[in-house]
Design a protein around this ligand. Sequence first.
Ligand code: GAR
Length: 201
Amino acid sequence: MKGVILISGSGSNLQSIIDNTAKIDLDIQAVISNKEEAFGLKRAKIENIPTHVLNHTQFPTREAFDQQLSQIIDQYNPDIIILAGFMRILTAGFTRKYVGKILNIHPSLLPKFQGLNTHQRALDAGENEHGVSIHFVTDELDGGPIIAQSRIQVLTNDTAESLAKRVLTEEHKLFPKVIHCFAQGRLSLKDNHVILDNQCL
Ligand code: GAR
């Protein structure tokens, strides 16, 4: 299965996917970042994966950015587009073009805490549980159909940083598994509903 991975930052999820590519039958064709300084680009280069930087500040509109992004992605004709910490809102035109092929990882138990600062917001809300969600991307921000979640307990002395660390550990385990399900044809999106063979997780 051919995949393109979009990042904006550290790329620890990218690394967990890279480390599992053989197991999950994924050929990473390219890594694209909207930030030149994203550490994930270095991780990709070490693995000789082609990289692209598309600086969103140099585009007049979201549409123009997404059009260019789409052109780069289409060069690789990927089966899957993986948002691994990609911190840009995508236009409906873009998400509709690739519907059923784009997966996103989000650090909360969606539908709770869409958007940013999820760990602090979970603490502020007095949540006992927190975690990560992986979902298909639709034109609803952080609102596409949920594929899988992993939960952790919130401890009394937790900070946003300690929560983020434990959630990331779960992210690194869950994302490769979900991508593997997709590669095996055991995960798809039909009429805005997730079709998943849970045994593959
Ligand atoms: C991860 O926690 C991911 O869930 C989150 O960004 C972080 C990226 O870390 N994604 C979002 O918040 C998307 N809305 P990484 O660069 O180390 O993989």
